[in-house]
Design a binder for this molecule. Structure first.
Ligand code: RIB
Ligand code: CA
Length: 347
């Protein structure tokens, strides 16, 4: 009996050891692609353990993003997952710079939190504020301590601007090589931007932070930029397949994707992108990516028309920087099968 119990314990430990430990760094709005990414990972306990959620300003300010994350955790009945806010602003970029950029160089497609008041925190529609509160401003310390506790084992899933991560790398540079890998949504190599004409939103919101990460020695950098994201389009048909299954999560999905971006209930011909969900899906089934290439990349940080654009890295000035695996093509059926499966589960 004792031997059996010991065997079970050992098997459990080995099984846990095979799982990816994930630090989930997000700029979540109400649900969207960040919320879908979280649901996908939390419903895949055999593959990943989410060690904690760090929230960064991006789509919305961090206090609002934390409230949205807590609401999703409440719906999933996962009170044990801790939520941390960290940076209150990007490193350099400000709302004033963004507004002035729009005036000088043409209207921005999307300004995210720069269009909002940082003091406003509202509950999800039809809900009350979560009874839980985030740990205020512990995000950067949490990232550092988790990486130091598990050297070589931690995957950072970075699906917002990279402010928290850049601050962690600046506070404790030696953690760079102790991170197993960073899987991120951000940047654009050969396609146009979606915040400004030239820059992708996560890189544009905090270009200096993205630059610090791309110039770092993190051993593996796996990039889901706009190039591959443009090949995974959500249409009303896919939306309908998900909302046909009624659960608290699919109701929230319906509210957000139906009435906000991309607004399928108001504009059935609308199309939307799965962005962060691709990066999360990669942790569960990397085989859905069918083509990738390796490049050394950097981010333009001169304030001007191209602020936040992804550019080739001048390696002579950053000889230690590691390369980026740029994801390019995918099998949509396989990706959507995974997305649909995780979003429509009943638990
Ligand atoms: O450009 C897409 C990115 O911007 C995604 O992370 C999405 O959530 C938005 O913040
Ligand atoms: Ca995001």
């Amino acid at each position: 009996m004792l031997r059996l119990a010991a065997g079970i314990l050992l098997a459990t430990a080995l099984w846990a050891a095979g799982r990816d430990t994930v630090l989930f760094d997000t700029d979540s709005g109400l649900f969207g692609d960040d919320g879908a990414a979280l649901v996908m990972l939390l419903r895949s306990p055999a593959q990943v353990t989410v060690a904690g959620i760090t929230v960064v300003p991006g789509n919305v300010w961090a206090a609002q993003g934390a409230e949205y994350m807590l609401h999703i955790l409440d719906l999933l009945q996962r009170p044990q997952i801790q939520v941390y806010t960290g940076a209150r602003t990007p490193l350099v970029h400000t709302a004033a710079m963004a507004h002035e950029a729009g005036r000088r160089w043409g209207k921005l497609e999307f300004m995210g939190a720069f269009a909002d008041n940082p003091a406003d925190v509202k509950p999800a529609p039809g809900a009350k504020l979560s009874l839980r509160r985030p740990h205020h401003e512990g995000a950067v310390e949490f990232l550092i301590s988790e990486i130091e506790r598990h050297p070589g084992e931690v995957t950072i899933l970075a699906i917002g601007p990279m402010t928290n991560i850049a601050l962690a790398l600046r506070l404790r540079p030696e953690i760079e090589t102790r991170i197993k890998r960073i899987v991120f949504m951000g940047g654009n190599v050969q396609v146009a931007g979606n915040a400004s004409a030239s820059a992708e939103f996560n890189f544009w919101f905090d270009p200096e932070a993205a630059r610090i990460v791309l110039r770092s020695r993190i051993p593996q950098k796996l990039m889901f930029g706009l190039d591959i994201c443009h090949t995974a389009v959500l249409r009303k048909a896919e939306f309908d397949r998900i909302v046909a299954v009624r659960t608290p999560i699919t109701d929230l999905f319906r509210e957000d994707l139906g009435n906000r971006y991309p607004g399928f209930l108001k504009h059935p011909e609308a199309t939307g992108y799965m962005w962060d969900s691709l990066a999360a899906a990669y942790l569960l089934d990397p085989g859905f990516v069918t083509k990738s290439e390796t490049r050394y990349l950097d981010v333009l940080t001169v304030w001007g028309r191209f602020y936040g654009s992804t550019v080739p890295l001048d390696r002579r000035s950053v000889p230690d920087a590691t390369p980026v695996t740029v994801m390019q093509e995918l099998n949509f059926k396989r990706l959507f099968g995974l997305y649909h499966d995780r979003l429509t589960r009943q638990d």
